[in-house]
Design a protein around this ligand. Sequence first.
Ligand code: MGD
Ligand code: MGD
Ligand code: SF4
Ligand code: MO
Length: 741
Amino acid sequence: MLFGRQDRKKIKILDKKVQEWKYTTCGYCSTGCSIEVGLDAAGKAVATRGVATADVNRGKLCIKGIFEHELFEAAGRGTTPIVRNKPWDAWQPASWDSALDKMASEIKRIQGQYGRDAFAVISTGQIMTEEFYTLGKLVRGCIGTNNYDGNTTLCMASAVSGYKRSFGSDGPPGCYEDFEHTECLMAWGSNLPEQHPIIYWRLKEALEKRKFPLIVVDPRVTMFAQFADIHLPITPGTDVVLQNALMHVILAEGLEDRDYINAHTNGIEALENCVKDYDPTTAARICGIDEDTIRNVARLYAKAGAAMSIWTMGINQSTHGSDGVVGINNLNLITGNIGKPGGTSLSITGQCNAMGTREWSSCSGLPGYRALEKEKDRKEIAEFWGIDESFFPQKRGMCMTDILPAIETGQVKGLWLVATNPMTSMPNTPRIRKTLEKLEFLVVQDAYQDVETNQYSHMYLPAAVWAEKTGCFTNTERRVNLIRPVVPPHAESKPDFWIFTELAKRFENGQKIKFPETPEGAFNEMKQLSKGDSRTLDISGMNHDLIEQSRGIQWPFREKQREEQLATQKVDSEGVKGDQRLYTDGRFQTADGKANLIALPFIDNNERPCEDYPFWLNSGRVVEHFHTRTRTGKLGNCNKFSPTPYMEMNPDAAAELGIKHQTYVRLVSRRGDAVVMVQLTQRVPRNMVFIPFHFHDCVNRLSLGLLDPHSRQPAYKQCSVRIEHTDQKQAAKLNAQRRAF
Ligand SMILES: Nc1nc2c(c(=O)[nH]1)N[C@H]1C(S)=C(S)[C@@H](COP(=O)(O)OP(=O)(O)OC[C@H]3O[C@@H](n4cnc5c(=O)[nH]c(N)nc54)[C@H](O)[C@@H]3O)O[C@H]1N2
Ligand SMILES: Nc1nc2c(c(=O)[nH]1)N[C@H]1C(S)=C(S)[C@@H](COP(=O)(O)OP(=O)(O)OC[C@H]3O[C@@H](n4cnc5c(=O)[nH]c(N)nc54)[C@H](O)[C@@H]3O)O[C@H]1N2
Ligand code: SF4
Ligand SMILES: [Mo]
């Protein structure tokens, strides 16, 4: 029998006349979806589809992935290098040769005049791993500045620092498949359905097959919170207090895994002493979660056969970011939930290749998780590259969030920005503007010429974007996936890889060091550097073709694993598999192989709401936009959902101030002001407003961005503002003047 409307018209799908589908990997978020881009007879990218045989997305894509082929021709792409003497002069087009000559001579001038570290380099989480490795070789091996970092300090630095403190090394130990085994999942400060829609879909599918409790910790009633069994609307910045209280209950009630603690950890006594002070009654007053809920959640988590935690920016972007990560690790260690199916501490990464930069860019150290502080590591890399070991500094230099203030004090005179837009993404825009104005030489290397930071530069280098290039991204679950070039670089733009190797030729060490000629060449160097029995980050079994054939391979994947699998498996259809999990044997990357339990006393150091600034200002993202909108802002299919800067505000709070839905208001903080449209919603509590950070001259004009002491990551999500009425006509006019597409 047939149900439903019989006369329903068939949906017609427009025939895009695709002649060929090409394999690649999505270039937005860290989920790492495998994509195929369709080309028409003229070679134009006209469609995108998910790869059905890819384990990560199994044919699915989110709204950003579906329209990703449109970004190649989006407005604002750079066409040729351009230069000017002062940021207020007119741009002059330049040839690549003359631009790179000038860039090298300006770097040498600044370093000669003010010292090597006076020229700083800030990169990204959005170029290929081979490009990161090559940039590292150029910056550490040829230019020789120690003030070299990535925008990942705004993003994943707390996760990196927390993993290192707990386990002795970076590297998320879990994987998406853990959803299929877990018996309790706790999500801290992550809005998975909007920010990692395909990871969320994997979780949802696991939940549909087998019910387990889902607990979401977020001050807002996000989409994720709405789907949760238990939502903990925490007071901003107090996750560490909740974590200590959960551990207080677990230890007081004897629910911990003593055998695991004794065999695999150090530091339980200090932790026990610390969490004694965080009984649920006391903690409830600080973190805003009632004491019975704390006890209930602690018991659920500890009694589950396997329990896991995931987290994103609600934890990392805090003055307790690194501590929040360590707190999650503590919780999992005392319950024996590390390295087992469904029992893990899985940081959900941000940008498409935030992992690749952590692994191979040399930003915070040397390639392959090596440290500048270790003589053995310095020697090994110096020898491999063929330079003198003394060329390397012996400890890490400044982070991104310290480099910009160092321009203010005159320590840094020149800056090279690769694929990052601090004028929109750094906290306290008025201050960033002033610092950039002080630079003697600023180079912006970006796929889009209209990126806001370019207004302050002396040179702009047009970069090829995403699938105009070849290389790898590593996703949240340590899966290395491949981007094949789908179309040639736009106009005269060049792959970042090419720019790095060409610039290297203009430095003395660049004559000595052999630079790889192709991304595959760089990948081979990384493979050689990754070999070693004690290394978790081992990619020696991989190559580009095998990665594509397998639709991504997780590391570690050693040569030995490849040989074994090639001998026994039908690699043609299934590909090969790396290790799904780290630390399965309970051995960590510390001196004695045990993980560290670390006591975390809470210090309340946030800017909090007060009489003059009575609202918490929270910020984050929406599903249809990516970051500073250089891409999604120009794709009609994405931008149409939220083209106007807006804020979520609680209707009761609005009624009290006489503020109406869809009117403009002026927000004021101790740093500056911003005009936004009001969207009334119960999603935010009465004492909080939330603003997506995608828009220029908006939330970051207000934000404070106090830094985490361990990771130097800004606390974007906690500061305070007041709300004022504003002239509606003037506000509408101002809004129209903003970058509009
Ligand atoms: N659509 C889309 N997807 C993206 C991105 C994008 O720009 N657009 N960017 C990618 C990148 S780089 C990143 S880093 C990720 C970010 O992914 P998420 O971290 O999931 O996204 P956010 O919206 O920044 O923040 C998540 C939540 O943290 C909550 N939060 C605020 N303060 C606190 C607190 O004190 N405690 C807790 N527990 N929670 C708090 C906020 O209310 C918010 O709902 O997304 C990635 N995916
Ligand atoms: N208030 C507030 N601020 C935040 C956050 C928040 O939650 N709240 N989140 C922070 C986080 S987690 C992050 S990750 C940062 C992101 O901050 P940014 O990195 O500054 O933001 P993007 O817009 O992603 O900038 C990346 C740039 O790289 C360019 N690009 C893309 N692909 C390529 C390429 O292949 N080559 C080159 N050369 N250029 C390319 C893009 O056009 C874009 O201009 O923002 C941070 N800022
Ligand atoms: S979930 Fe992330 S990786 Fe997957 S299609 Fe969407 S933006 Fe791309
Ligand atoms: Mo991020």
